[in-house]
Structure formats: structure tokens, C-alpha cells
Design a protein around this ligand. Structure first.
Ligand SMILES: [Ca+2]
Ligand SMILES: [Ca+2]
Ligand SMILES: [Ca+2]
Length: 267
């Protein structure tokens, strides 16, 4: 009985990886220029390839109610609606976030606009719990969302920070100006590249007193939320590595040492 109890405590003591899909995020040892071009660092960052609705349908966290795309008229197939590669890396001070996106329409007009309503606009949001805590929470202590609205005019709400803190949930505010740098480079139709750098101490460090400067082996939790209204109301919505605001559904993210790029063999 006592052994069973101890086993139960051990299982509780570490929030399990909900999908057995560990995201190993490499440390970057290269200088990044935040200019909307990812070439200098993307091969040294975590990326697991292209995400579209067909791939999402076969992921363990897929739920058709929350992972969906919408049609607003004469539109091409679902694979043209939204597809993206996401990149993430870290160093002593910063998280580096990138996305290379194919989207059929850019839409950042929200008839009921509020600064915190990034999710009614084209936006990409990295949900990060740091450090990974034992208990399930919805934007409580240690939970952060770094959200970027794909609006090249870069309004005050364009880089948003939803987060928790000790005893507080769902704090909503712009990312502090000196904590973030980001660039959006628009392509044809709604295509774009997003490149961002977020300082960890003034964000993750504010959200959790247990956060410390990052080290290889630290464990965080991660979900990517990519919203795509394309002229509709709430519209399309990709959730990657998670199932919503409950951080016990977010994937396990480990900080690792540097990664070497994939080498192609000479012919
Ligand atoms: Ca760059
Ligand atoms: Ca779209
Ligand atoms: Ca869009």
C-alpha cells in the first residue's frame, strides 16, 4: 500500500508528457538580426517541418472542434488555406521564435476589436510554461503566451503577453517594449515570415518566481496557437502540441545544447 502511494506521488510530482512527443529546443550560439529573414538561425533551431490541417488531423492532440479552417467564399483547398513551419531556439537571455507561413489571406481587422483579441486576427502565439510545474493550470503561475498579430503596421497590441503570476491568472498586457523585438515580412496573398526575440527574465521571470536563467536540461511546456480568421469572425485555428489553455495538455519542451544543421551528402 505504501509503495503504491509512493508511486502515485512520484507520478504526480512530474507533470507527464501528454503525447510522448518531446520538443528539444536547441541553444543558439549565433547572432540573430530581427529583420524578417530566418536564414541565419533556422537550421540551428527546433522545427519539425510543415504543419497543415491534414497533418494536424493525425496528431494526438487533434480535436476537430478547435483545430479547424473556415471557408468564406470561393477559396482553394484546405492545404492552401494555412500551412506553416515554426522555429524556436534559446540562448542565455532570449527565446527566438520564427514562422514561415503560407496563408491565402491576411486579416487583422476585428469588428469588435480589443487589444487582447489577437485570436480574432491572423496571429501566432507561443504558449510557454516555464518552468514546467506539477499542477495543471490555465494561465496561472509560470504560464505565458507570446502573441504576434500579423499586422505590418505593428500596433501597440501587435506583440501581446497573456500570462499568470503567483496568485494571479489571465493577466493581459502588451509585451514590454524593451523585452521584445519582432519583424514581419509579408509575401504574396497572406503569406508571411515572422521573426521575434523575447527576453526571458522580464517575462518568464515575472510570471514565476521559480524561473531561473535558462540552462541545458531545463523543462518547459509548449503549445503553438495560430489563428486564421480570413475575413470571418473567430475563423480558423491551429493548435499544435496542445489542446487549449490547460497547461497540462501542452507538450514537453526541453532546452538542449546547440544543434548542427542537417547535412546533405554530396552526389
Ligand atoms: Ca533574421
Ligand atoms: Ca487562411
Ligand atoms: Ca489569414
Amino acid at each position: 500500500m505504501r509503495v503504491l502511494f509512493l508511486l502515485a506521488v512520484a507520478a504526480w510530482a512530474q507533470k507527464p508528457d501528454p503525447y510522448g512527443y518531446v520538443i528539444r529546443v536547441p541553444k543558439l550560439e549565433r547572432a540573430v538580426t530581427v529583420d524578417g529573414h530566418l536564414a541565419e538561425w533556422k537550421d540551428y533551431a527546433f522545427s519539425d517541418g510543415v504543419w497543415d490541417i491534414a497533418r494536424l488531423r493525425h496528431s494526438p492532440w487533434y480535436d476537430p472542434v478547435i483545430n479547424r479552417l473556415t471557408v468564406h467564399g470561393d477559396e482553394p483547398g484546405a492545404e492552401e488555406d494555412l500551412a506553416a513551419r515554426y522555429y524556436i531556439a534559446w540562448d542565455e537571455r532570449f527565446l527566438y521564435l520564427g514562422a514561415d507561413v503560407k496563408d491565402n489571406a491576411n486579416d487583422v481587422t476585428d469588428p469588435a476589436h480589443e487589444p487582447k483579441r489577437w485570436y480574432y486576427k491572423d496571429a501566432i502565439c507561443w504558449f510557454i510554461e516555464a518552468p514546467q510545474l506539477r499542477t495543471a493550470k490555465k494561465f496561472g503561475e509560470g504560464d505565458n503566451a507570446f502573441c504576434f498579430v500579423i499586422d505590418t503596421s505593428k500596433p501597440a497590441y501587435g506583440a501581446w503577453w497573456r500570462h499568470g503570476a503567483r496568485g494571479k491568472t489571465y493577466l493581459e498586457e502588451p509585451l514590454p517594449k524593451d523585452a521584445v523585438q519582432y519583424a514581419i515580412r509579408r509575401g504574396a496573398r497572406g503569406d508571411f515570415v515572422l521573426e521575434a526575440r523575447v527576453a526571458m527574465a522580464p517575462t518568464l521571470g515575472v510570471s514565476s518566481p521559480d524561473w531561473h536563467a535558462p540552462r541545458v536540461g531545463d523543462t518547459y511546456s509548449l503549445e503553438i496557437v495560430h489563428t486564421d480568421p480570413d475575413g470571418g469572425d473567430y475563423g480558423g485555428h491551429f493548435l499544435i502540441y496542445g489542446r487549449g489553455d490547460d497547461d497540462s495538455t501542452w507538450g514537453r519542451m526541453e532546452l538542449t545544447g546547440p544543434q548542427t544543421p542537417i547535412e546533405r551528402k554530396p552526389k
